[in-house]
Design a protein around this ligand. Structure first.
Ligand SMILES: *Cc1c(COP(=O)(O)O)cnc(C)c1O
Length: 381
């Protein structure tokens, strides 16, 4: 049996340090904010190479607070993708802004710069198509592959839009040698247990180089307080708790090694599956992909998935329905550009087993199971 992911294996790999951190927090007597959180925030800021990190309750809140911290809110339009975790859209809507969906690039599966340009032009030309003021571009570095930040950043600058990064799947990824999470005006991270850096429960963070943005996010995460019990602005309650901060601090020194193992597994998959007619991840030279997921595309995805299941290989679909096709959103959100690639990709993607503790035997078993799917082998071979 090869599970698709295994947060428990990551706990066991670092059990000694994690248990020590938990005990330290329990014995400290401080269970909200405090030194433990401050230390993790500093360590994570250093890792991402930014000045500021603010721990919040989860990745969805991180998106909301990163946007609000940059001044995005009611009446604003935020250009983002529909091929993502629904939390991306939830975080945008929680600010009072409206998400405007942009199609994805066929190679990276992240935001298409051409589609972004088209969407901005469409709402500027016809404001009734999407009532609101274009304010921000929220890119998602999906699966651990940085979006095309050069092209998207240039478009954002030209149209005077903020660039915000959803880094929930991209801890440690590099764009032209720079860490994702350090490039936009602010970035949102999730520490959901299966993410590349995962808590044992929920967690999230906002990173930024702008001390003003960081200060606003610090206020927003605690009722808008500047001074205790006095709300200067309307905030929320969304703090990363010290237990999770301690656990994350224990895991952070191992993150690069964990990413290294993910990349090694990805290379093995790449080599073994190159001969199959699956579409494998195609990674531009300018980026370092951290393989939160190793995603293949297959036109007969559901049959392929069933075959792997029979062979004891766990898989998941990220994500089976784009946000704009889900019941809560489909009749409500505006669509200003075609989302054909998004819709096609959702029918074809499959995430193979991927986590740092996968053994060589498990990787081999996965590759063998993939290659024994009859439909992958051209007739007569
Ligand atoms: C996981 C995830 C989120 C939401 O994070 P939570 O911590 O689960 O709230 C948002 N965006 C993306 C791309 C994600 O993968």
């Amino acid at each position: 049996m090869v599970p698709q992911t295994s947060p428990k294996s990551n706990y066991l790999a670092h059990q000694h340090d994690i248990d020590a951190a938990i005990r330290r927090v329990l014995e400290s007597g401080f269970y909200i904010l405090g030194e433990e959180l401050a230390r993790f925030e500093q360590d994570f800021a250093r890792y991402v190479t930014v000045k500021e990190c603010v721990g919040v309750a989860n990745g969805t809140d991180a998106i909301e607070l990163a946007l609000r911290g940059c001044g995005v809110g009611i009446g604003d339009l935020v250009f983002t993708v529909s091929h993502t975790a629904v939390g991306t859209a939830v975080g945008v809507e929680r600010t009072g802004a409206t998400p405007v969906f942009v199609d994805v690039d066929p190679q990276r599966y992240t935001m298409s710069p051409e589609s972004l340009e088209q969407a901005i032009t469409a709402v500027k030309r016809n404001p009734s198509a999407a009532p609101g003021k274009p304010r921000a571009v929220l890119v998602v570095h999906l699966y651990g592959c940085p979006a095309d930040l050069d092209a998207i950043g240039a478009i954002a600058r030209r149209h005077d839009l903020l660039l915000i990064e959803d880094c929930a799947q991209a801890h440690g990824a590099l764009h032209n040698g720079r860490r994702t999470g350090s490039i936009g005006a602010a970035a949102a991270f999730s520490f959901y247990p299966t993410k590349n850096l995962g808590a044992i429960g929920d967690g999230g963070a906002v990173t930024t180089n702008d001390p003003g943005v960081a200060q606003r996010v610090r206020m927003l995460r605690e009722y808008g307080w500047r001074e205790r019990y006095i709300s200067d602005i309307t905030g929320v309650n969304s703090r990363l708790d010290p237990l999770q901060a301690g656990i994350l601090g224990a895991k952070l020194p191992h993150l690069d090694a964990d990413i290294g193992r993910r990349q090694q597994v990805a290379r093995q998959y790449d080599q073994a599956l190159a001969a199959s007619d699956l579409t494998l991840p195609r990674v531009p030279k300018s980026v370092s992909h951290v393989y939160h997921q190793y995603v293949v595309r297959c036109s007969e995805r559901d049959g392929f998935r069933e075959h792997l299941k029979q062979q004891g290989i766990g898989t998941l679909i990220h994500y089976p329905a784009p946000v704009h096709e889900q019941p809560a959103y489909r009749d409500r959100l505006m669509q200003v550009v075609p989302l054909g690639r998004t819709e096609q990709i959702a029918r074809e993607v499959l995430s193979l087993p991927m986590y740092p503790e996968l053994t060589d035997e498990q990787v081999t078993a996965t590759m063998q199971a993939v290659l024994t799917w009859p439909a992958l082998q051209p007739a007569g071979r």
